[in-house]
Ligand binder design. Structure first.
Ligand code: ADP
Ligand code: MG
Ligand code: ZN
Length: 322
């Protein structure tokens, strides 16, 4: 039966490729660190190799289609990734043609946040929500909107980049040309930088966790130290929670969605940031009833991007059949 879907979540830190049934069940998933700087050719070969391995492991099932959710900017219609920042060296890279040529099935390219949102709407915490927002917090911050089951697309198909809304104009410079963007304050690498600065100044639990090695301090170490009650780590978690909360407030103020689903590596630690996030939301409920927006962590951790990417190629196939 040729019904197997492949969903690919291509991020700045991690690559996940899954074999997904047409019902949205993940049969198998392969996750690997991804080093974009080795170049698009190496990256695409690696992706094709993993697809082949997955196909061989799900014996007897032929491929129906391949969906790729990639950290943006992506140009969907041309199947091109234009992201020299989160994916260094990936400038104007046609990823769809080589994958399509190799496997001879329909291939669809989406922005990774759009893919995650589709996954949440199809199989995750966003099921049944007519106005669903999704936020992925990983190497960057991606945002997406699903309206009545359909991905909201901007003019000429461009994907809106909520990760670059300015939260603090006096904040750090961002590669996009602005200052204090949401992702330059609250994405994984931004958290790591701030945690290293705090540890350098105040010492404490984070440095103990890395045997004194400053450069090993990242978002995970910060969370661990905060969980152990380390005061500098707790203060920084509060600050990051405020940044995360402010971005979510802006999304609520703009769209007032039924729900916002949070995913991505940093949101694995949602529980640590949640009290601070909730406090910020509660502070901004004078003009809209913030508590009506269901803010939840993904229930399909590490899989929403893969499931949604698979869904995106199913949508493409269905559209083409009409
Ligand atoms: P991408 O999709 O951009 O490749 P991921 O969504 O896989 O990235 O997230 C990677 C980021 O999440 C890294 O910056 C990493 O430090 C951070 N991270 C991973 N696990 C955790 C965790 N449990 N708590 C906090 N941050 C985490
Ligand atoms: Mg990602
Ligand atoms: Zn920016």
């Amino acid at each position: 039966m040729d019904d197997l879907l492949i969903g690919i979540d291509l991020g700045g830190t991690n690559l996940r490729v899954g074999a997904v049934t047409p019902q949205g069940e993940v049969l198998d998933i392969i996750s690997e660190p991804f080093d974009a700087a080795r170049g698009p050719q190496v990256g695409i070969d690696k992706i094709c190799g993993i697809i082949t391995a997955l196909r061989d492991r799900t014996m007897g099932r032929g491929l129906r289609g391949i969906g790729i959710g990639a950290t943006g900017p992506v140009v969907r219609e041309r199947g091109v990734i234009q992201n020299p920042y989160t994916l260094p060296t990936w400038e104007d890279v046609d990823i769809v043609s080589p994958v399509c040529n190799r496997f001879s099935v329909p291939v669809n390219l989406e922005n990774d946040a759009d893919a995650a949102a589709l996954g949440e709407y199809w199989m995750g915490a966003g099921r049944g929500l007519r106005r669903l927002a999704a936020v992925t917090v990983g190497t960057g911050i991606g945002t997406a909107l699903i309206l009545d089951g359909k991905v909201y697309r901007g003019a000429e198909g461009w994907h809106p980049e909520g990760g670059h809304m300015v939260i603090d104009p006096s904040g750090p410079a961002c590669y996009c040309g602005s200052h204090g963007c949401w992702e330059s304050l609250a994405a994984g690498p931004a958290i790591a930088l701030q945690a290293q600065a705090v540890a350098a100044q105040e010492g404490g639990g984070m440095l103990r966790l890395t045997d004194g090695k400053l450069n090993l301090i990242d978002a995970r170490i910060l969370v661990k130290a905060a969980r152990q009650g380390d005061p500098p780590a707790r203060r920084l978690v509060e600050k990051i929670s405020t940044y995360l909360g402010l971005g979510l407030v802006n999304i609520c103020m703009l769209y007032f969605p039924d729900g916002i689903v949070l995913s991505g590596g940093v949101m694995r630690s949602y529980e640590v940031f949640a009290p601070g996030i909730q406090q910020v939301l509660a502070h901004h409920d004078a003009v809209v009833p913030m508590d009506k927006v269901k803010i939840v962590k993904t229930q399909i951790e590490g899989q929403s991007g893969v499931i949604g990417a698979a869904r995106s190629v199913l949508n493409l196939i269905e559209e083409q059949a009409l």
